[in-house]
Design a protein around this ligand. Structure first.
Ligand SMILES: [Zn+2]
Length: 446
């Protein structure tokens, strides 16, 4: 993991190795500026422009995870400096809002006999995104801003769509044919995944490796054109073999009609570009950095070609135009969005009745839930050093979430803050190539 370095006025210098950071700290030339991600500040240097080379931050936005990779472009080769995966909490936000709406509805209707229904009297401002998606956008942008403070980032690269309609040039009618293993082949695959809803066209199976299927088999004169292609799971593909689709689906006439109609209808451009990704792109343009975009198909093509296993962070490395990659075998820092606590002060039972109350103030004895602390317990059953995320109580008896589990009832007197809560929890994962290979094999065609 690269260590971020600031000059004595807090401006970003080039990241350095862990070893160099240790030496700088040992010689008193640097101070620790922040623990995770690790940032040091030189006490005796001011930045001059020749000190820094351009760095690129690459992003692969996803619904649960956003992969981020900080890379340096050296000649034709990318050199990976750090890998991050940002774990979003969209599901938690959506659940909390759904619950709030439910409780409100009950409270409002409890003593109400009749109220005329409202209709069509609410509008959303243009560019509005649901809170769970807005959160994805905000946290991603937040991390771009943060990383820019710590490293001299000049370029951004982001995966914009799954498959590129411009490259496809209206694939259904232009007559360009699918070839396996080429970039265009990957574009076609991603296009078909979007078009056929990521499931087997014949049996509807999801989350299984899908194969490209010729509706009219090649042997019977079927073409490689996109309008003759669909996706099928392995067993459907084999059972169908080269028999005509009318025979294969002779007992499922409705399905047959649906498949035939769908095969002819081209996918609308808008359907493939999702709103959050578009909003993210717009916001990234506002950063003023040079912005390159790629497609999901291109990412996958690069990853397969370079023999890089599947991971959110490594997908980010492969975004856009990539020739060669050096040093991708790095541990990942997982950044989990935890939020900064609840606005709601009442804890409720499943039925919505109050069960207990949170305190008005968030801080107790100088600590706040979410702070990273180091507890040195001198004696007793919990004697020893514990490091982790603290959950505070008014009594001063805290819980500490360590990598090995929760340790309950640690007095605030034994705790020392090592990093203030910032709405995220951090886990450094060890790099395990065997596990990644397995993962790559399991997710197979996806
Ligand atoms: Zn199937």
């Amino acid at each position: 993991m690269a260590v971020y370095v600031l000059d004595k006025q807090g401006r970003a210098l080039m990241p350095c190795s862990e070893k160099r950071a240790r030496l700088l700290l040992a010689r008193g030339r640097a101070r620790v500026h922040r623990l995770t991600p690790f940032v040091i500040r030189l006490v005796d240097r001011l930045r001059i422009d020749s000190d820094v080379q351009p760095l690129t931050l690459k992003l692969d936005p996803g619904s649960r995870f956003t992969g981020m990779a900080l890379v340096r472009q050296q000649a034709q080769r990318l050199s990976v400096l750090s890998l991050f995966e940002l774990l979003h909490r969209g599901a938690a936000i959506s659940k909390a809002l759904g619950q709030r709406a439910g409780f409100r509805r009950r409270r409002r209707s409890a003593n109400l006999r009749h109220r005329a229904p409202r209709f069509d009297n609410r509008t959303k401002p243009s560019g509005w995104l649901p809170p769970s998606l807005r959160h994805r956008l905000d946290t991603t942008l937040g991390w771009v801003t943060r990383l820019r403070r710590w490293a001299p980032i000049t370029d951004l690269a982001v995966e914009r769509v799954k498959s590129d309609m411009q490259v496809m040039q209206n694939p259904e009618i232009s007559g360009v044919e699918y070839q396996q293993g080429e970039l265009f082949g990957y574009e076609v695959r991603e296009y078909l995944l979007e078009k056929w809803g990521r499931c087997c066209a014949y049996c509807g199976a999801e989350n299984t490796p899908l194969e490209i299927e010729h509706i009219i088999a090649r042997g019977n004169g079927g073409s490689n054109r996109v309008s003759n292609l669909t996706l099928a799971c392995r067993s459907c593909n084999q059972r169908k073999g080269s028999q005509p689709v009318e025979w294969f689906l002779k007992n499922k006439l409705q399905l047959l009609a649906r498949i035939k109609a769908r095969a002819k209808a081209p996918l609308r451009d808008a359907a493939a570009v999702n709103a959050t990704r578009n909003a993210l792109l717009g916001a990234l343009l506002h950063t003023g950095l040079a912005l390159a975009t790629g497609t999901g198909a291109q990412t996958k093509y690069n990853r397969r070609r370079l023999g890089i296993p599947k991971a959110h962070t490594l997908d980010a490395v492969c975004v856009g135009d990539v020739q060669a990659v050096k040093g991708w075998q790095r541990p990942t820092l997982t950044i989990k969005a935890t939020g900064r606590g609840d606005y709601q002060r009442t804890r409720l039972t499943a039925s919505g009745f109050p069960r207990g109350y949170l305190t008005r103030q968030k801080q107790h004895f100088g600590f706040q839930t979410g702070d990273q602390v180091l507890a040195n317990v001198p004696a007793g059953k919990k004697a020893g050093m514990h490091r982790g995320r603290v959950a505070v109580r008014k009594t001063g008896s805290f819980n500490i979430q360590t990598p090995d589990g929760v340790i309950q009832g640690i007095s605030h007197r034994h705790c020392r803050i090592i990093q203030r809560a910032d709405g995220y929890a951090y886990t450094q994962s060890r790099f395990d190539s065997a596990q990644l290979e397995q993962e790559a094999a399991r997710t197979g065609a996806h």
